[in-house]
Ligand binder design. Sequence first.
Ligand code: TYD
Ligand code: MG
Length: 469
Amino acid sequence: MAKHPTFTCQSCGAVYNRWRGKCEACGGWNTIVEEVSSAGPLAGPAATRPSRGRGRTFALESLAGESKDAPRTRSGNAEFDRVLGGGIVPGSVILIGGDPGIGKSTLLIQVAARLANAGHRVAYISGEEAIPQVRLRAARLGLAAAPVELAAETCVEDIVATLSQGPAPRLAIIDSIQTMWTDTVESAPGTVSQVRGSAGALIRFAKTHGTALVLVGHVTKDGQIAGPRVVEHMVDCVASFEGDNGHHFRILRAAKNRFGPTDEIGVFEMTDGGLAEVPNPSELFLAGRDLATPGTAVFAGMEGTRPLLVEIQALVAPSSLGTPRRAVVGWDPARLSMVLAVLEAHAGVRLGGHDVYLNVAGGLRVTEPAADLAAAAALVSSLTGSPLPSESVFFGEIGLSGAVRPVTQIPSRIKESVKLGFSAAFGPNPTGESGERHPNAVPLAHVADLVARIASGEDRRPTRRAASR
Ligand code: TYD
Ligand code: MG
């Protein structure tokens, strides 16, 4: 078979027929590498054996037809199952990405052990660690007795042949996809064509045997190892495992899921005994809260179907710089600029000469627009030096006109705040259908109402330092 040298971008997978310094698809410099494959970069089964599919007819089906809905297998790890949409679907392929050392191998060996202990056949193929290393980790986690089938292998053909023997495994874990290589592609392991070729072969195995497959993928920024992005479109579910080394909690977040919602998160805490599930994350994120300080507001947020209370902290201080600093951790800087502009234009809060720092406590990332009101409350509280009423939560989107706009799932937010002992909820005017009212709901129509309320000391005696309307 003819050998085609192709030039593949190692960060986005774009293919060129000659080398160039810059990838035109993703703009990366020096990311294009020559790869030789015997059947071209998109080699599938059709490329390795003669085509048999010419002119054969097949029956077309209707959408409404009966199909066997395969039951999901619960892994026993509630947070993991929640992210997948309620359990592992047979034959589904899940890609879990994340920085090195975040805890992917730890989480997956825990899930594997749970399933194996429940009587399912589970295979854990490590391409990165030797068997003694995996055993050592399992022993530290107290999972050494679980009947997980373990191997340290990197050749996809060998792995597929081995797993095809005996009953099909319920779950196979490949740690990681970047270490795998397949005979059909001649480039080095970790290159885009190897990752794509290996993933293709493993996915074909999973689909034909009904084995759920978990592929671990490292996300690297330097372009040396192909990111798992090139396989994202081939898999059913893409989840990322996030967190940072400064904090103990980790979040599993689905970015794509053909079998469930993508807005659910799983929350874990890294402990000496591995990753512990956190069934009530609000308590974790509110722990150690300083009640009497100005500049902190509790945001009643939602992550998927689950309410999550987090503390938003702001520090507003007079600036000595010509252009004051705006620094944000855990929130969108563009939204901060917008909230600052609205506060200035519609509520008379002058922040132009102040440095502004905003932080979401605990290292969480908040993406909801509903956090606008909590951020505004924290900012005004820090500027005026008056602490917010300590037992209140805030939620609501702020429009460019300064109006406080309704947000979704108000009853869930209010229920969670009542459960955690908050006695007041500052939010948008309740709309008709949101039946459940907080006993002390404080409806706000405009951001100026919030500023007036904080500055007037209706809830607490303020020490007024700045102008407000
Ligand atoms: P690991 O699962 O190897 O990360 P990944 O596979 O994503 O690269 O996790 C490694 C980190 O987890 C390591 O820094 C130590 C920490 N860890 C704990 O804190 N407790 C534990 O019980 C285990 C097994 C690991
Ligand atoms: Mg690992």
